[in-house]
Structures are given as C-alpha cells and as structure tokens.
Ligand binder design. Structure first.
Ligand code: MF3
Ligand code: CO
Length: 292
C-alpha cells in the first residue's frame, strides 16, 4: 500500500499527498483489488488477449444467430459453433465445464428456459425465441456473450421480455466508468424491468471474465448492496435474465443444468463482456462492422 508521504505513483517527484492523493496509481490498485475483492485488474497485454477472444466470441455468436431459423435444430447450431472455434484455434469454454460436466459448446435457452439450456435434436419452430450463449477461449483468454433470436412471429409477451432484457443490458452498460459501484448496475436493470412489467432473475449473475471463465466479482442484475467501485482494467459480463412472470428459476433435476421459469412464462437474456477504461468503458463483444 502506498502511504501519503511516499513519492506519487504518477512520477511527478512530489509526495503522493501533495499530488494525486487520494487517487491511487495503477500498480497499487491492482494489488488492492486482488487482496480486497479477489478481482484481477488486467494488464495491457491481457486486455489485448481478452479483446481478441471477445471479438471471436461475438463473431461466432453472430454466425450462430444467423443460422437459427425455423426447422434448424439447436444441435446444428452447436456443430457450427464447434467448427468455428476449431477453425480459429479456439476452444468452447462450456464444453466439459462444471458439475455435472456440461456436454455442449453453447447454451441454447428456448422460451421458458432462463439459461443453460442444452442443445438437442428438436427443430426450432415459428413462435419460439431463444438465447444463444457463446463463450470462447482463445490463446488462454476468455470472451462471453449471448443474444436472442426470434423464430418467425413471436407473441407480444415474448417480444416485451426480449426488448426489455436488451434495454436493461444497454442502459446498465451506458453508466459504466471508474468509480461507479457494482450495485448501480442491478439498480438500473431492476428499475428498467419493472417499468416494462417484467421481473429480474436473481439466482444467476454476471461475472468477472477474461483470464478465467468465471472470476470475481459477481455482478447481480437485481437490487443489491455490493459497493465495489469499478476500476480501469476490470473485465466482466452483464447478462440480465428477464422474466415475463415470476423471477424464480428451477433447475432441471434430470440434466443438472437447464434453468426454467417457475411459472413456465417466457424469459430472455442478452450478454456482453465489458472492459472498464480510465475514461469509461468498452464493449468488447460488440462487433464494429455492420451485419452483412
Ligand atoms: N454466459 C453463461 C455464464 O456465464 C455461459 C454458461 S456456459 C455453461 O454462465 F457451461 F456454464 F453452461
Ligand atoms: Co456469462
């Protein structure tokens, strides 16, 4: 820990207390965040690696979304995603992850499935909507993002949760910069969901990501009291799961993964990986080129 009479970290030659105090330097902040919160503030080199992994993850997600049409099975999406990882020299993070080991490369969560839906051989049909969640490991770095696809025409209740979960995500991202507290993310998301008569799932959360699949901190999407200030070099996901009905989730006892709404009403989710920069944030899983 730097003390007030030490030379300032900015290199001015003045004492810290006469210079940048109470603002802490990057080195110091890194060890403080690790010790206090278990959060890894990434170096420039790590950020470069994570940025590349995130670009690939977003590109694979886009391809999978483009393939998701009436008559296509979620196993076909899974196969495409495996091939795109292989071609890029990357590995799907979900494959073999957790307990019991997850058996597929992506999650495909249809209709009343909140998250962690497992691809199968059932063809998608008009009126379905689904979340496709892609997490890639490229040269040891992780990216994580997901998006919704509507198959044919969906009913107004589904349209509302789909639009609301996207608005929740983007409104919460818009406030991100150093000093913002983790709970401000959940405040915005829960208020936004309420405005649209939806509920926010509180059994699953966003998470630090980059060097590992799931790092500190947890990023709840509901009202909470986590007062950790965001700092430059943090990389984490926001992935609000928004329900048309009750917020509760039930995990399928037969597969140990599929999480469904307790009332079987629809649920939707969008996800980005975000970097906190000195002046604000960067959405690492946002593709810059417009869709062709
Ligand atoms: N974005 C999801 C998450 O962070 C990806 C889950 S993959 C799984 O939980 F393997 F954990 F299912
Ligand atoms: Co995630």
């Amino acid at each position: 820990m730097i003390s007030r009479n030490d030379p300032c970290w900015c290199g001015s030659g003045q004492k810290w207390k006469k210079c940048c105090y109470p603002k802490e330097g990057p080195q110091n902040l890194t060890s403080q965040y690790k010790k206090q919160y278990g959060i890894i503030l990434k170096t420039e080199k790590q950020i470069e690696g994570i940025r590349n992994a995130c670009k690939l993850t977003a590109a694979i997600l886009r391809e999978a979304c483009n393939l998701a049409k009436e008559g296509v099975t979620t196993n076909e999406l899974d196969r495409l995603v495996r091939k795109l990882h292989k071609d890029a020299g990357a590995v799907p993070a979900p494959l073999g992850y957790g307990t019991p080991p997850y058996t597929k490369a992506i999650c495909t969560s249809l209709n009343e499935v909140i998250c962690h839906g497992i691809p199968d051989d059932k063809p998608l049909k008009s009126g379905d909507f689904l979340n496709i969640d892609v997490s890639a490991i490229l040269h040891g770095y992780y990216g994580d993002c997901s998006a919704m696809v509507a198959i044919g025409k969906i009913d107004p209740e589904k349209q509302n949760v789909m639009d609301t979960s996207y608005e929740c995500l983007m409104r919460s991202i818009a406030i991100l910069k150093p000093g913002v507290l983790i709970h401000e993310i959940g405040d915005i998301i829960e208020d936004c969901a309420k405005e649209h008569h939806c509920s926010v799932v509180n059994q699953f959360v966003g998470h630090g990501v980059g060097i590992a699949f799931h790092e500190a901190p947890q990023v709840p999407h509901h009202h909470n009291d986590i007062a950790i200030p965001l700092a430059p070099g943090m990389t984490f996901t926001i992935e609000p799961m928004i329900n048309a009905g009750k917020r509760g989730a039930v995990i399928d006892p037969t597969d140990g993964w599929t999480a469904r709404t307790i009332d079987n009403r629809p649920s939707a989710q969008w996800e980005h990986t975000i970097l906190i920069t000195p002046s604000g944030h960067e959405i690492l899983t946002l593709l810059k080129d417009p869709q062709k």
